[in-house]
Design a protein around this ligand. Sequence first.
Ligand code: ZN
Length: 701
Amino acid sequence: MTEFMDLEAQDGVRMPWNVIPGTKQEASNCVVPVSAIYTPIKAFPVNNNSMPILPYAPLRCRTCRSILNPFSIVDFAAKIWICPFCFQRNHFPPHYASITDDNLPAELFPQYTTIEYEPPGPGEKSSVPPVFMFVVDTCIIEEEMSFLKSALSQAIDLLPDNSLVGLITFGTLVQVHELGGFGQIIPKTYVFKGSKDVSKDQLLEQLNFFIKKPKPSTGVIAGVRDGLSSDTIARFLVPAFDCEFTLNSVLEELQKDPWPVPPDQRSTRCTGTALSIAASLLGACVPGSGARILAFVGGPSTEGPAAIVSKNLSEPIRSHKDLDKDSAPHYHKAVKFYDALSKQLVHQGHVLDLFACALDQVGVAELKVAVEKTGGLVVLSDSFGHAVFKDSVRRVFHSGDYDLGLSSNGIFEINCSKDIKVQGIIGPCASLEKKGPLCSDAVVGQGNTSAWKMCGLDKATSLCLVFEIVKKEIPDATLQSTNNQFYFQFLTYYQHNCGQMRLRVTTLSRRWVAGPGSVQDLIAGFDQEAAAVVMARLVSFKMEIEAEFDPIRWLDKALIHMCSRFGDYQKDSPSSFSLSPRFSIFPQFMFHLRRSQFVQVFNNSPDETAYFRMILNRENVTNSVVMIQPSLISYSFHSGPEPALLDVAAIAADRILLLDSYFTVVIFHGATIAQWRKAGYHNQPEHQVVNFVVDFDFNAK
Ligand SMILES: [Zn+2]
């Protein structure tokens, strides 16, 4: 496994098949698709050998536009490089004239298969400030309200000074707060009905966007350059350093939604309308620049176009059973609404982050599409007073070594050898529908494209790229030749949190095999952890989109095919069966996956399932493996911390067990330890060794 970890440390990539089945037939026999879990802007440790950031623009192949990389063949005498993707011969431009065997530019160093470019841009002055639009639910009890207010005011303290901030509150009505009302004592608010979706034009009309300047008769309204006065924008999006006082006083005054709620009714809560207004306001004011809508939702949406349940408490909120039977009356309408919202946000380049804090479901299942396609963050908790919520909000704005590295405006592109096509991506991104010869007809996830929008991405965001091998057969001549490498190039353009546009380029090469005798090579390159994670994302995805899909049967069939292809056995002799160490824990992963929250959904609400899947779809291999198969660590006096089997046998009187299933951490004290703890031994200095401090942080992940 360590060699796969090393590859991940170099390029941020893990592939189930590091030796690739070379033909269509061979690949389909391998069951787990040729795929990769890729972390586009993974943070690498800074040392002598760390990824360089080149202060110039990349050199591109004139035919396929892929970028010069260590796998390009260079003719130093003729000053020519050959593109490994399309074999085009390219001349080096004059400023590469001094290139020789021992005077290479960094992008040709063999160890820099992952590299970043930051060509000189418009510079610090014109760089666009980050924008945060807070959208706050007021249909919550006083206690929750005070928790939320205190979390928000802490967040406001942490806002970068140059950022722009806006505030919308909602309940029965939507209120857009004019934070930049110059010279006003009481900030003005604009009120909208929650029951009706508001079009962008209506919104701008009502917010008096056209008082000083008439509305242009044609074209869309988008930002200052299209005729919106910057004064008008500044009424709703205010620099953080300017509005801290106003914002805090608005929050201070913020009241619980005043409309009476009869005892047999739910509150009137128009989450969808509020989010739509937030999106349109940002679309008018700051289209194309990095903006996040931070939605704080404390209960189910019951009003307007995206209600998930009626106000009548006698109607329960939809369960998995209802969704299965197609008897959730609001579900499809709400999903359709959020799908449209996701398209609008992706078009504008804006992110939706969801903080869902309630004992009830709030509609995460319906909102999922908008959060996931925009690369938003999701936090699910029982209460705004819960540490998970409070710490998560802080993390969003935290800067320094342990920040999330939130970046924006990403575009992700793939190039690969011509025998490979791209089926799609399962992960937080949206297809840009850039069709081309690279796109497979068999679409998985976000497909039909070779370019994807990533409105929001961070250091941890990990995509699952699914490929199709299209080579039909191998002519004998090629088998003998040395040209048995496939190449992949992943390009990520993004706005780094310093404000500059950067381009991260990862170029990979993997050997392919085909024909008799290739099984051993395939086994040697098999990364079973990556394979388990790809299968987990695939099965979750299929459960969501295929109506009659039977996940257990699908996983079982996959495992049986894998074992019959890669196991060693004599026919009719079960005891002769053995698997290579490369495959040894894969069956166990499948066993746990079958029982996991991703497959056994009936123990959870649709909101919880949506939440688990969104996290699975954005995490790296190591974290995802823990979600599939929890890790159990044993602490005792006899030895250091050691992994223990997930079995009752692991329980012992003198042990502390730590179970980490990623979403929850459970600590078990053995009987003896529990007695010691009761006696207070851990507080006595002479028994310091008893004082096991298990330091964990849910949100650090
Ligand atoms: Zn090329």
